[in-house]
Structures are given as structure tokens and as C-alpha cells.
Design a binder for this molecule. Structure first.
Ligand SMILES: C[S@@+](CC[C@H](N)C(=O)[O-])C[C@H]1O[C@@H](n2cnc3c(N)ncnc32)[C@H](O)[C@@H]1O
Length: 277
């Protein structure tokens, strides 16, 4: 499956350390949240649906995000987060990087930056990682609910907004960090299913809801239909190295509770084959 995101360069502009700024294609669809089951659909072209841009709204959102980045960047939460990377998970990143210099970041399911605080805090964390870790490369973002204003602000921050709804099925053909805070189980499952080979799983790390917690829920709710959409999450557990994020204070609980880094270094091929891909 192609990992490419179809995007258009805007004004040929390159901002913030050489990140190419791209803009999704404009469309006439209405802005709406995905319906149940949409994650099973095929890839399709996407564009923000509120085709009007409003410079004042963009400025306001940019100020909100910048304020949030400053807040997170000076927090004890971020210090602890950085410390965890340096002391506990850096070796895993090095393994994924191999001889590559950069790991690309793909952000799925960030949510509405304009309407809610957790998405702003989550985006701030991604931006701070990009600022502080030289081995983090380009950032691509996709959420079907993004508005034009949100897309423009993301672009101004140096991110590329993806104009295809991949439903999470991006193959990790090169080192890739999937930054997916508080996404639905189906999205992690789609991603894992698309990468159900040792050489792909070993290229990726997922920041998202704790797979350990999913497993605990699964052991309690044995007959729940939701288990059908978690098959790959549960199957990958036996070769997942998981590191929990410490939320430290109430300020960061809503955005990061029950979040973890997930690495897949010691994949057992026979076990992979026992699960349908
Ligand atoms: C539970 S919300 C989490 C939003 C935000 N990260 C937060 O913590 O508040 C899940 C998000 O996933 C997004 N989503 C749904 N389908 C998606 C897809 N195919 N690709 C990327 N994001 C998707 C939804 O629009 C929604 O914003």
C-alpha cells in the first residue's frame, strides 16, 4: 500500500528549518466527524470542508498554539517526558533509526485545535520533540475533522497536512513515529494490520493509548464486539516494549492519561502469521 500523501505545495514556501509547506486540496465536502465504521473504508481524497479562510481566526489559533507550546515547554511534565526519552527509550529509537538520520512523524487523530485544549497540548508536545530532538524529521498530520484554519496553522508551524484519508493504514517503509494520542482502537488496529510484517513493525513506534490497558479491558470484557477491532493490538502485545507516559500534574491528565510509547523490536514471525493480516 502506498504511503504517499497527495498534497499540493503552497506558494512554494519552505518554513522552519526547511520543512516543505503543503496544503490539502480544497473540496466541497462538509466538515463532519467520521461515522462509525469509517475506519474500515478505503483510502480517499480529503480536504477541509469549510473552504473559507479567515486571517483573524488563523492568528488567534496560532497565538493559542504558541502559548500552549510555551506552557508545555516550561512544564515539569515536559522535563519528565524528555528525561524518559533520554534514559529509557532512546535505545529503541536508535534501533529504529539504524543508519537513517531522521525518523519521520505522522500525527493521526489530533482532534480540533480550535475547539479543545487536549489537541493543543498534544500538538505542542510533537512540536517540542521536533525542536529538541535533532533526529526527528518531517511531520505529517491528518484528522478528517481539521478545518481550513487548523490546516493553515499546522502548515505555518511547518507540518504537512495529508490530503488523503488513509484510515491509519500507512506502511512504515522507513523509520516512522506514529503520534496518535487518544485515538480510537480501530485506528491503531488498522495501522498495525497494514504493517503486519517484522520488517515494517521494526520501523515504527506508536505513541498512543496504552495497549496494555486494551489487553486488560479485553480480559474483562471477553465477549465484547469491540474485540474484533482490536485483534492486532492484542496480538502485538507479546512483542511490544511499552513505556507509560507520566502525566505528572492534572494540567496534562486529559491530554496524556493512559498514553504510552510502543516499540516492536522482538517480533516473532510465526506468531504474526497466526493472525490474518
Ligand atoms: C477520540 S478523538 C481524540 C482527539 C484528540 N487526540 C484528543 O485527545 O482530544 C479521535 C480522533 O481521531 C480522528 N480520526 C477518525 N478517523 C481518523 C482517520 N481515519 N485518520 C486520522 N484521524 C482520524 C477523529 O476525527 C478524532 O479527532
Amino acid at each position: 500500500m502506498a504511503a504517499s500523501a497527495k498534497s499540493l505545495t503552497v506558494d512554494g514556501a519552505t518554513l522552519n528549518g526547511g520543512w516543505t509547506v503543503v496544503l490539502p486540496r480544497r473540496g466541497r465536502q462538509r466538515r463532519k466527524a467520521p461515522k462509525a465504521g469509517i475506519l474500515e473504508e478505503k483510502q480517499e481524497a480529503w480536504a477541509p470542508t469549510d473552504s473559507q479562510t479567515d486571517p483573524l481566526r488563523e492568528t488567534k489559533l496560532m497565538q493559542k498554539v504558541e502559548k500552549c507550546i510555551t506552557k508545555v515547554g516550561s512544564s515539569k511534565f515536559y522535563l519528565t517526558f524528555q528525561d524518559q526519552i533520554e534514559t529509557s527509550v532512546l535505545d529503541h529509537f536508535h534501533r529504529i533509526l539504524g543508519s537513517e538520520i531522521k525518523i519521520q512523524m505522522v500525527i493521526f487523530g489530533i482532534g480540533s485545535l480550535e475547539l479543545y485544549e487536549p489537541p493543543c497540548l498534544q500538538l505542542s508536545l510533537a512540536m517540542l520533540m521536533k525542536r529538541d530532538f535533532s533526529w526527528i524529521g518531517n511531520i505529517e498530520v491528518f484528522d478528517p475533522i481539521l478545518s481550513v484554519t487548523e490546516s493553515k496553522v499546522l502548515e505555518a508551524l511547518g507540518c504537512s497536512v495529508i490530503s488523503i484519508n488513509e484510515h491509519g493504514r500507512r506502511e512504515a517503509l522507513k523509520p516512522t513515529m506514529f503520534f496518535m494520542p487518544h485515538c480510537e482502537a480501530e485506528l491503531y488496529n488498522n495501522l498495525l494490520r497494514a504493517n503486519w510484517k517484522p520488517e515494517l513493525l521494526s520501523n515504527m513506534v506508536i505513541f498512543g493509548n496504552s495497549f496494555e490497558t486494551y489487553e486488560q479491558h479485553a480480559s474483562i470484557c471477553k465477549n465484547s464486539p469491540i474485540l474484533n477491532s482490536m485483534e492486532h493490538i492484542l496480538a502485538v502485545r507479546s512483542f511490544t516494549d511499552e513505556f507509560r507516559i507520566k502525566t505528572i500534574s492534572d494540567d496534562y491528565y486529559n491530554a496524556f492519561h493512559d498514553s504510552s510509547w510502543h516499540f516492536f523490536g522482538s517480533v516473532n514471525e510465526a506468531k504474526l502469521q497466526s493472525i490474518n493480516s
